[in-house]
Write a new protein. Sequence first.
Length: 242
Amino acid sequence: MEITLEMVERLREKAPVSYGQAKRALEYSGGNLLDALIYLEEQGAIPRQEETYFTTRGAAQTPPPVPSAGPEEPEPDPKAGRKKKKGAARAKKKNERRFLDTLRRWLIENELEIWRKDKPVTALPVLILLLLVIFAYYVTIPLLILGLFLGFRYRFSGPDLEREELNQVMGSVADTAADLGRQVVDELRTQSRHMSDKAKEADREARREENTVHQEEYDLEREAAELERRVEEDLLGGGKKD
């Protein structure tokens, strides 16, 4: 059992012994105050009340003699313990303040800059960026990715994140995405032109067919009129002969 300073002081309040004697008595008795007092009586460190030796350990037994060899263990200074505790508390608060300052610097002073065509568009503190990614990731992440394909570029600035290697990697990713975006746009424009040409060709073909139908109708009308004229002439010519 660990013997604390409070246990030693309690025993010394009951018996006029030194710190070392009190600690050894408590170590022998396993922290039991009554056994420690009886141990001290048996060793003659304090006046003995009774001739019989009792203990909470069970039957009477002869305690081991108090070791006399070696220097007396110095009594700890309570003030030194309090100073040590206060120093540890101050160090803990100092570490907490340092951690909070570092966290604030990372979240507030570092920013994600958004550029387009070599001109800054806006800048978001890392704190705002993290909140958007955490609570609105279904909108933020697709917009950031879409921005890469539309020619937007991202870079970090600030005392902690403004690193040339990191920004070069982000720039390379932005260049690759922009090239893919241009290829997709060019492909869409080509397909759009093809579809437009096909639509125009279909319109011209429809007009040609319509003109052909009109021409055929016109030709049929002319043939019918010519046939009707001939029939009339034949009828009129036959009547004259009669």
